[in-house]
Design a protein around this ligand. Structure first.
Ligand code: AMP
Length: 146
C-alpha cells in the first residue's frame, strides 16, 4: 500500500483496539496503547499506537494524536530501559509499503539494542513469531517499571 489510501477497519491494530484479537499489553492511557511486537526485532520490541486516530501514516496523523503517541513512546522506552538495561533504544516509524510499512495504522516501534547486536530491521513484519509465554514474562518485567 502506498502513502495514499483509506483506513482499513480490519487491520491488525484496529482489531486489537476493538478487542477482536489479543495483544500483550505494556501500557495504556486514555489515548494510546503500547504492546509487544509478535515478531520482535529484539527482546522487548514494542509498538505504540493511538487509540482514536485513524491515520495510516505520519502524513495523516493529527498533531494532537502524534504528541500523545510520542509521549507514550518516551514512557515505554523509559520503563523498557529500567527493565532490560539495553545499551541503546531504536525508535522507528515506517510510512508506505516501499518504506517497510506492513500495518496501516500509524505505529512507532521501540526496539531495545545491545552493543554488538544487530541494528537494522530484518524480515520486517515477516520474522519469527515470539513464544507467547516468553512475551508474557517480558511484559511482566517491563510493566513492573512504570
Ligand atoms: P511495520 O512494518 O512498521 O508496519 O510494523 C508492523 C509491526 O507490527 C511488525 O513488526 C509486526 O511484527 C507487528 N505486528 C503485526 N501484527 C501484530 C499483532 N497482532 N500483534 C503485535 N505485533 C504485530
Amino acid at each position: 500500500m502506498s502513502l495514499d489510501g483509506t483506513y482499513d477497519d480490519n487491520n491488525p491494530f484496529a482489531l486489537i483496539l476493538a478487542g477482536k484479537i489479543p495483544s500483550v499489553k505494556l501500557y495504556e492511557d486514555a489515548h494510546t496503547l503500547a504492546f509487544l511486537d509478535i515478531q520482535p526485532q529484539s527482546k522487548g520490541h514494542s509498538l505504540v499506537i493511538s487509540k482514536w486516530s485513524r491515520a495510516r501514516n505520519i502524513l495523516e496523523i493529527e498533531d494532537e494524536a502524534l504528541a500523545e503517541v510520542m509521549a507514550t513512546v518516551k514512557t515505554v522506552a523509559t520503563a523498557t530501559r529500567k527493565a532490560l538495561a539495553p545499551d541503546g533504544i531504536h525508535v522507528a516509524q515506517f510510512n508506505g509499503a516501499p518504506a517497510g510499512q506492513t500495518v496501516f495504522h500509524l505505529h512507532v516501534h521501540i526496539v531495545p539494542r545491545w552493543a554488538g547486536g544487530p541494528i537494522g530491521f530484518g524480515a520486517h513484519g515477516q520474522g519469527q513469531f515470539a513464544d507467547a509465554a516468553e512475551l508474557a514474562a517480558l511484559a511482566d518485567e517491563i510493566r513492573a517499571q512504570f
